[in-house]
Ligand binder design. Structure first.
Ligand code: ATP
Ligand code: MG
Length: 421
């Protein structure tokens, strides 16, 4: 009997996890400078939360959720995304009552979607996302977009494209909806069965269909931007002005509609334009969701956010050939010769670590040559060899591996020696 990871999931092995930690560090640092505080919500929530919060007509709710009944007969779902839970928490913990609005939240963690496996599409993947809830100021839209762009810049990506659109407000959407129905209805028979259902339920989502993308009626479909109300148009202009001010280039794509039902006004995606990137080029998606908080039982608080997956970010790094700065330096390897030396080595290694120096030693009573090989493989910066002579002298030769130079240092001075280098 042999076991493998479930389809669509992956092990992140030790030689990969360093990269993940580097990316997570960038995310943490930027969350700090942008002032988005972390929220941690459960991995599963009531199924209804996602039906409401993500929307009944979305791919996620219709065919991608991992839903199960627990022993108490409740329908629960492994979270497919983070916004619904963040908004639930905002309402449940009455964050709308806090004096400082918007409340700025960030989250990171695994999400689960039952999708067809392909490059860049997993069934368990890690999303980082932010939500700014409680403000309808176009400046916050620009802040959120700028935050997302900064993440990719900070990890070293260059081949990026920011695409934005406005989905308008309710009035916009109603007028556009009618226009879409008129446009598609006569030929709806030529579209996939999902689109046929969408025509009545949510025709906007036809524009987001992956099956009928090339249908000629898609290219000349009524554009949302032609139906913007005065308020929506002005809002969109302000968002674009702020982006110009921040020096963030963008393209307006009137057919950009996000997969989730609850978006309005600003919608955006960041894509990789790297030539080596596969078919799926969207790295990050986000937008404004005024109305969602109310749908989930809270007050009328507007919000905006984005989500990205670390898996796709890493794929983009690979496609551009960008290496993250790795930080897994082994500072000191202690080679041990004999039982008495081992006792001292255990002590020294512990002292190094207590002083923030990464240190390791042999735990297999191997010959000196084998231990030296390990030190080399692990890329140790310094090596010391502890034997009887060193114990007697209470001092040891510290070898700097890169240069091969050696210097005799008293045990009591070892930590200072390494730290001062
Ligand atoms: P797509 O059109 O690619 O299915 P989506 O609209 O379902 O994307 P969102 O729900 O907006 O995506 O998720 C935001 C981001 O999360 C995406 O831009 C992508 O980076 C990432 N993402 C979504 N689904 C997956 C997945 N199955 N595996 C890895 N990353 C994913
Ligand atoms: Mg999807």
């Amino acid at each position: 009997m042999s076991f493998k990871v479930p389809r669509g999931t992956q092990d992140i092995l030790p030689d990969q996890s360093e990269k993940w930690q580097q990316v997570e560090k960038v995310l943490r640092d930027l969350s700090h400078v942008y002032r988005y505080k972390e929220i941690r919500t459960p991995i599963f929530e009531s199924t209804e939360l996602f039906q409401r919060g993500v929307g009944d007509t979305t791919d996620i709710v219709q065919k991608e959720m991992y839903t199960f009944t627990d022993r108490g007969g409740r329908s629960l779902t492994l979270r497919p995304e983070g916004t619904a839970a963040a908004v639930r928490a905002y309402v449940e913990h009455k964050m709308f009552g806090q004096p400082d609005q918007p409340v700025k939240l960030s989250y990171i963690g695994p999400m689960f979607r039952y999708e067809r496996q392909q490059a860049g599409r997993y069934r368990q993947f890690v999303q980082f996302g932010v939500e700014a809830i409680g403000s309808a100021d176009p400046a916050i839209d620009a802040e959120v977009i700028s935050f997302a762009m900064d993440i990719y810049k900070k990890v070293g990506l260059k081949d990026l494209k920011l695409v934005i659109n406005s989905l308008g407000d309710k009035e916009t959407r109603d007028a556009h909806r009618t226009a879409l129905i008129n446009h598609f209805e006569p030929s709806i028979g030529e579209f996939c069965s999902d689109c046929q259902k969408r025509l009545e339920k949510n025709p906007l989502r036809i524009l987001d269909c992956k099956v009928d993308r090339e249908h000629p009626l898609m290219a000349n479909a009524p554009a949302l931007t032609d139906y913007l109300t005065e308020y929506s148009a002005e809002y969109f202009t302000k968002v674009k002005d702020y982006l110009d001010r921040l020096g963030i280039p963008y393209e307006v794509d009137p057919n950009l509609v996000r997969g989730l039902d609850y978006y309005n006004h600003t919608a955006f995606e960041i894509m990789s334009t790297a030539s080596g990137f596969g078919a799926i080029t969207t790295l990050c998606g986000g937008g404004r969701y005024n109305g969602l908080v109310e749908d989930i039982g809270g007050p009328d608080a507007p919000g905006i956010g984005f989500a990205l997956s670390i898996e796709r970010l890493l794929l983009a790094l690979e496609a551009e050939g960008v290496a993250l700065q790795e930080d897994d330096q082994l500072d000191m390897y202690v080679v041990v010769m004999g039982e008495a030396a081992k006792a001292k080595a255990v002590e020294l290694v512990s002292t190094f670590r207590a002083n923030g120096i990464s240190a390791d030693m042999d735990y297999a009573d191997r010959k000196m040559k084998a231990q030296m090989k390990t030190a080399d493989r692990q890329g140790a910066k310094y090596v010391i060899v502890l034997g009887e002579t060193e114990l007697e002298e209470q001092a040891v030769n510290v070898k700097e591996m890169e240069t091969g130079t050696q210097e005799k240092v008293a045990f009591a001075e070892l930590v200072n020696f390494v730290l001062q280098k």
